[in-house]
Design a protein around this ligand. Structure first.
Ligand SMILES: Cc1cc2nc3c(=O)[nH]c(=O)nc-3n(C[C@H](O)[C@H](O)[C@H](O)COP(=O)(O)O)c2cc1C
Length: 362
């Protein structure tokens, strides 16, 4: 088994074995510091509420993206198939995991390709790392798109993960230039995302400036790669294991990252990282996100079959609908205008980073 294949298997099994995020990190999404204002007189019926939302010019029934997780191992084949079947039935956009393994080993292509076969009409998003793109060149992006007939390409930025990974690549010089080239030449929209440490306004503005259309914040408070990679280096590399421990609480919490990156002209925002229920989904949309993304909670259901993925998504849909009802929001556009109160560290963050520097408080 190749190195990448083994790493992908480790990631899946560690993600399945690790308990709730709160068990291993003090860092949260900070969504507990957002209070939506209850509307006792919504003047609408629950069944009138529409969750339809736009992303990249496409209309979806729900504002939910199945985030990229895997590809490149046997298990990944089943996971991507389940996720894709659910995505096709529910009309959800879906992203695959990093496609490097498939580009380097044609025998693994089917573990990604299965997503397109199971979901011929799905808005499917390819995935590559920024570092990989910078070192391998534009043809990697073309291969990733071709592999799954992607409708968009996500480029992930994962600096902390690369620092801790024994096989990590930390040559981040040239990543922005590589992203610019992809935006100019690929012919389909480019999404840039973190993997669990969030994206700041400065970074989002640079990315918007080179032609990126969507930022997926993947903020901290959800799947924690310091923890996962830390497990992998335990007993092998004491320095990296120590770094993993030290940076367990690193990153921009999802709520703060959404505040940072929303409102930049020409940029749509996906809020991911620790979104575990529909009330959290409603909060990030009120903070400015256009869409939400979910990864780790869908992993186990995916192994149990597409109907389990659908069940999990529909639970979140119903919870989100309840929040819309209770705030008197008939549509996602109305939910975006919903009033909220910020408290604690998120209020401090907004004061120092958001309201102070740029936008008028709503
Ligand atoms: C098992 C697993 C594998 C992942 N692999 C990738 C990947 O290959 N590429 C990527 O961009 N993000 C990857 N991610 C990150 C997710 O797409 C997502 O941004 C992040 O996990 C935050 O969402 P969550 O808290 O709902 O899991 C992975 C996440 C999980 C759980």
């Amino acid at each position: 088994m190749g190195d990448i294949e083994e790493r992908k298997r480790d990631h899946i099994s560690l993600c399945l074995d690790l308990g709730d995020e709160a068990e291993f990190s003090e860092k949260t999404t900070w969504l507990e510091h957002v209070e939506l204002i209850h509307n006792a007189l919504p003047e609408l019926n629950l069944d009138e509420i529409s969750l339809e939302a736009n992303l990249l010019g496409r209309r979806f029934k729900y504002p939910i993206l199945i985030e990229g997780m895997t590809g490149g191992t046997r298990e990944a084949y089943e996971i991507n198939r389940s996720l894709a079947e659910a995505a096709e039935r529910l009309n959800l956009p879906m992203e695959v995991g990093s496609q490097r393994a498939g580009i380097e080993n044609p025998a693994l292509v089917e573990t990604y390709r299965v997503a397109r076969e199971a979901a011929p009409h799905c808005f499917l998003i390819g995935n590559l790392s920024g570092v990989e793109l910078a070192s391998r060149g534009f043809h990697y992006a073309e291969k990733a798109v071709e592999m799954i007939e992607a409708d968009a390409l996500a480029i992930h930025l994962n600096a902390l993960q690369e620092v801790i990974q024994p096989e990590g690549s930390t040559t981040f010089r040239g990543v922005l230039r590589a992203i610019r080239e992809v935006c100019e030449k690929l012919g389909i929209p480019v999404v840039v995302k973190e993997v669990g440490f969030g994206i700041s306004r400065e970074v989002a503005e640079k990315l918007a400036g080179v032609g990126v259309k969507v930022i997926d914040v993947a903020g901290s408070g959800g799947t924690n790669w310091a923890r996962i990679e830390g497990e992998r280096v335990k007993g092998i590399d004491t320095v990296k294991a120590r770094i993993a421990e030290l940076y367990l609480n690193w990153g921009i919490p999802t709520a703060a990252s959404v505040l940072e990156v929303s409102g930049i002209s020409g940029l749509e925002v996906i809020a991911s990282g620790g979104i575990r229920n529909g009330l959290q989904a409603a909060k990030v949309i009120a903070l400015g996100a256009d869409f939400i993304g979910i990864a780790r909670p869908l992993l186990r259901p995916a192994l149990m079959g597409p109907e389990n993925v659908e069940k999990m998504v529909m639970r979140i849909v119903e919870e989100l609908k309840a929040a819309m009802f209770l705030t008197g929001s008939r549509t996602i556009v109305e939910l975006k205008k919903c009033k909220y109160i910020l408290s604690g560290p998120l209020y401090e963050w907004a004061l120092q980073r958001v309201w102070k520097t740029s936008r008028v408080r709503r």
